[in-house]
Design a protein around this ligand. Structure first.
Ligand SMILES: C[S@@+](CC[C@H](N)C(=O)[O-])C[C@H]1O[C@@H](n2cnc3c(N)ncnc32)[C@H](O)[C@@H]1O
Length: 327
């Protein structure tokens, strides 16, 4: 049977984590590693991968099979760009060597604050260790004259940290990083918001906060240059959202697969019982693609599927449909 083309796959190697971020839904999920068998089944069910992000709601490097997973991707999808987001606490000398021979293209290290105490309060880990790990990884990569992986920061923007974004940018430069800085606002979709405590709910960015933050980063040449999208090497999310069609880019070109191998329409859809497309396997892949395409159709007809409630992309598609309905 011919395999369908999938351009973007985000796959969750584990939900286990050594950090305690209060905004992470992974802390409320069963703690589990994806098996190699499930991983191989999923990546082997499709063809044509351009980008794969091996990360979900846990710390990828805690799955002992992580580098074997990367090797499998390299053998099945040699042209795919491979990336992951990490908390940056596990850049041991052994992992650094494995990273450098793996062929991974991009690593994004999460950070909300460059202040040691605040970092600890938000993430439950030590910023000094993360900084030392990034330095060692870059030093070794440069010593062996590799240009990949590029190393950047992934920042979740909170109402109490956005004013100090300069600290994150300063640290990026101090460490001579080169993968750019990506940022996303603390999620408001109910799949995330419902697990926040009162304090975390208060950390969601207001419209005024967003306005101020964007004004700050768009008006300063320095931030513009550090933006991940200004980086020479394209990244998973920028490439995915460069999609110019009318529908949702995820539902057109991407899939998310959780630690059990169950696929959903995007990385923000967590309830696989209600909204899952089923396991991504060679036997089920056409069924998965059919369900994804039905969801896209719904959106294109101005209906927000329950799985997409609260998603800004879905709202924009619905608004566009309402201002110009097409049959
Ligand atoms: C879920 S983590 C998993 C990878 C790794 N454990 C880490 O901490 O980076 C991936 C990224 O999602 C972000 N993230 C997690 N929960 C979020 C939320 N509720 N809203 C916005 N971003 C979130 C994290 O800050 C991190 O940059």
């Amino acid at each position: 049977m011919e395999k369908p083309i999938l351009n973007y796959l985000q796959i969750e190697p584990t939900t286990v984590c050594n950090y305690t971020c209060g905004f992470c839904v992974g802390r409320h999920m069963p703690q589990k590693n994806m098996t190699l068998e499930t991983f191989t089944e999923a990546v082997g069910a499709v063809t044509g991968l351009k980008y794969i992000s091996i990360q979900g709601e846990g710390e990828p490097l805690l799955n002992h099979d992580f580098f074997e997973m990367v090797r499998i991707v390299k053998s099945l999808h040699p042209d795919a760009s491979i990336s992951f987001i990490t908390n940056g606490s596990l850049f041991s000398p052994q992992n650094i060597q494995k990273i450098l021979v793996s062929g991974i293209d991009r690593i994004m290290v999460s950070i909300e604050s460059a202040n040691e105490d605040m970092f600890k309060e938000i993430r439950g880990g030590k910023l000094s260790k993360v900084k030392a790990g990034i330095s060692s990884l870059l030093k070794e990569r440069n010593r062996v004259e590799l240009s990949r992986p590029v190393i950047g920061f992934a920042s979740t923007i909170l109402s109490t940290t956005y004013m100090n974004f300069k600290g994150v940018a300063d640290l990026y430069m101090e460490l001579n990083m080169d993968g750019g800085i990506s940022y996303q606002y603390l999620q408001q979709m109910s799949s995330y918001y419902d697990i926040y405590n009162q304090d975390m709910k208060g950390q969601v960015m207001s419209n005024e906060n967003v306005f101020d933050f964007e004004k700050m980063i768009k008006s300063d040449e320095r931030y513009v240059k550090l933006d991940i999208d200004a980086c020479d090497i394209t990244n998973f999310y920028a490439a995915l959202y460069a999609y110019k069609g009318k529908g949702c880019p995820w539902l057109e070109e991407g899939l998310y697969v959780n630690m059990n191998g169950i696929s959903t329409g995007c990385c923000m859809i967590k309830d696989t019982m209600q909204y899952g497309f089923g396991k991504l396997t060679s036997e089920n892949v056409l069924n998965v693609f059919e369900k994804r395409s039905r969801m896209q159709d719904q959106l294109l007809h101005g209906l927000i599927p329950p799985a997409c409630a609260g998603c800004e992309t879905a709202i924009a598609i619905k608004d566009a449909y309402q201002s110009n309905p097409v049959n």
